[in-house]
Design a protein around this ligand. Structure first.
Ligand SMILES: *Cc1c(COP(=O)(O)O)cnc(C)c1O
Length: 450
């Protein structure tokens, strides 16, 4: 007897929301070098992370393999559509005439449209517990700002978001969403910080950058003891919170008797791909699978494929500690690609180690091919991928096309693109360019790891 639709969409009941986050740190093939103090260049003390609450600093340096998810967080995960569905892209397979099976984990089903709520909710919870009254952050494309705004609404925290002016002016609906959830939003550079005023005095029409917005957020936190800073990617604790994605996916694949041959995801700072892949990487490190892991980045910001593994600053101004990571340099000027979530110069520390040890294989994608993949996917499957997620779609399509026999491909659909239709409009009218002629200049990198 066949079961109707078996494996087309695999859902889990609410009580199968994972009870633990998986921390890959104790399983890494080599230890992660410590961050360095920007002044002394010696290993940085914990006080260098003063802008985060203690419980998150504790998670940042933890080497415990499993960390319990508080029940309050699991309850809100349930409201945020967790567990998210695993869906088979069967019509895409037919379109490609591939013998491969293609599955995706759909994080865009969340009310904020991406995976970012998985960490926003956890961060709001821990800050609230420590008596913090306001979270301050920066946002580029606006995905992170809207996720944190909703999380703050859920935990009755105030929220201030510095949004880079270029995106602020291009994506007015993101601002509306953040304000609807109750946040205060400033186009950055803004007039509410000294740093912002200084930049505006020098250049009144400055389009802003993530580096400037981070500096404005940190200045705001420094002046208000009831505020803390919040970050949407790159750090160990953010990657940790995202591992609910991969744990659910393992269970969902078990239910249909599949094991992925390939696990694919797009990489900005690394959090959505770590979230999907790390639980599967653990199985491979334990010798239980020989799954291949592929990360996809834009050719315009090729940290893994053309950058170097080095100590680099987290921000443009060089105020944060130095972190060991693949980077294109903190002074790198990112071409204006549509995938705003993939513009950061550096990559997560643990993922950098996995790339260095060839456990994750990085590839880079051209912007026009990414949009083409997004278009094909929309027509076959109905879901419009976020331009970031369309990088993963492209890689899945390329692998499926090269398959001569049945293989199982799994990728992360990190978000939907319904607030990115401006980018698709440009693609349809033929105005999207590849942005792949980058010149990478490593002058800004103060020291390398020997
Ligand atoms: C922010 C974002 C990304 C990139 O960030 P990661 O930390 O690498 O996951 C990818 N996809 C979507 C939809 C995003 O909002």
């Amino acid at each position: 007897m066949t079961v109707f639709g078996k494996g087309i969409r695999v859902d889990l009941p609410t009580d199968e929301i994972p009870k633990y986050w998986y921390n890959i740190v104790p399983d890494l093939p080599e230890p992660c070098p410590p961050p360095l103090d920007p002044k002394t260049k010696k290993p940085a003390g914990l006080d260098s992370l003063w802008f985060f609450p203690k419980s998150l600093i504790h998670q940042e340096i933890s080497s415990e393999r499993y960390i319990a998810i508080p029940n309050e967080v699991r309850e809100i995960y349930a409201k945020m559509a967790r567990p998210t569905p695993l869906i088979r892209a069967k019509r895409l397979e037919e379109y490609l005439k591939t013998p491969a099976e293609i599955y995706y984990k759909y994080e865009g089903i969340s009310p904020v449209g991406s995976h970012k709520g998985n960490t926003a909710i956890a961060q709001a919870y821990y800050n609230k517990n420590e008596g913090v009254e306001r979270l301050v952050t920066e946002t580029g494309a606006g995905q992170w700002g809207s996720a944190l705004s909703l999380a703050c609404a859920m935990f009755d925290l105030r929220c201030t978001v510095f949004m880079t002016r270029a995106s602020h002016d291009q994506k007015p609906y993101r601002r509306v969403l953040m304000e609807l959830y109750g946040s205060e939003v400033h186009a950055s550079p803004s007039t509410v910080t000294e740093f912002g005023r200084k930049i505006l005095a020098e250049s009144p029409n400055h389009p802003g950058s993530l580096g400037i917005a981070i500096s404005e957020a940190i200045e705001t936190v420094r002046k208000d003891p009831l505020s803390k800073y919040s970050l949407g990617s790159v750090t160990n604790f953010v990657l940790l919170h995202q591992t609910v994605i991969g744990q659910e996916a393992i269970r969902q694949m078990e239910l249909i008797d599949r094991k992925p041959d390939y696990v694919i995801g797009c990489v900005g700072g690394g959090s959505n791909y770590a979230g999907l892949s790390y639980p599967f990487i653990r199985e491979r490190l334990m010798g239980k699978s020989d799954t291949e892991f592929i990360s996809v980045e834009p050719e315009a910001v090729p940290s893994f494929t053309r950058g170097i593994y080095a100590y680099d600053y987290g921000d443009t101004a060089g105020m944060t500690p130095l972190f060991p990571m693949y980077t294109v340099g903190h002074n790198f000027v990112t071409p204006p690609i549509h995938a705003g979530g993939l513009r950061y110069h550096g990559k997560a520390y643990s993922m950098s180690i996995l790339v260095k040890n060839s456990i994750i294989k990085p590839v880079a994608a051209k912007q026009r091919e990414v949009f083409e993949a997004g278009k094909i996917f929309s027509r076959c499957e109905g879901i419009v991928p976020a331009p970031e997620s369309a990088h993963a779609v492209l890689s899945a399509i390329n692998i499926a096309r090269s398959c001569k026999e049945k293989k199982v491909i799994l990728f992360n659909m990190s978000g939907h693109g319904l607030l990115d239709l401006g980018g698709y409009a440009e693609y349809i009218s033929g105005r999207v360019v590849n942005c792949d002629a980058v010149s990478i200049n490593f002058d800004g990198i103060p020291l390398r790891i020997s």
